[in-house]
Design a protein around this ligand. Sequence first.
Ligand code: FES
Length: 224
Amino acid sequence: MENMVNIFLFGKKYSVPENLTIMTAMEYAGYQLVRGCGCRNGFCGACATIYRIKGDRELKACLACQTKVEDNMYIATLPFFPLVKQGYDIEKIPTTEAVMMQLYPEIYSCIGCNACTKSCTQELNVMQYIAYAQRGDFEKCAEESFDCVMCGVCSSRCPAGISHPQVAMLARRINGKYLAPGCGHLNDRVKEIKNGDFKELIEALMQKPIEEMKELYNTREIEK
Ligand code: FES
């Protein structure tokens, strides 16, 4: 007999096996997940969730696909959070801190409360990467934010209305396009592909059974 725990989904009580994740517990309880569910492996950020354990004042955030249920867990999912997403042409924007002032000026209103870092489902130092963005250190911002899954929980807690994941995305784009060392042979390979040099090889590969493709992929030569 499985051990059961009581959880509350959107205020309604359910008894579910204790070894389930929040996501699988929702399905066990009969929810069909159409939104708020993607990769099921902690990468896509679609399953942001907030919860509180009965008797505990702290409101916690997590990814539903990565977090086990607990007894007396009050759960609400956050399938989408409305971040501010500015449009820009990466070919034309300035690569100095002026770009942040222009597109995401709210980052300069950060009051240093650290609520973003405390709520990050990936345990990133969000406030720190925003500080890097403020001073135009895009390389460090990109590195510090690299594991962001854009779940938006940090922004939901921010009193300054900062859309941290979008700020970090801009920094990573600037870093990738203008600051990180280029990869010459990758450019050459893209040109060769566009030129059709690998057309026959690609078509032959596409005809192979999936198992053979997996084997080829797993035993491929990996560049140093
Ligand atoms: S479903 Fe993709 S991170 Fe949870």
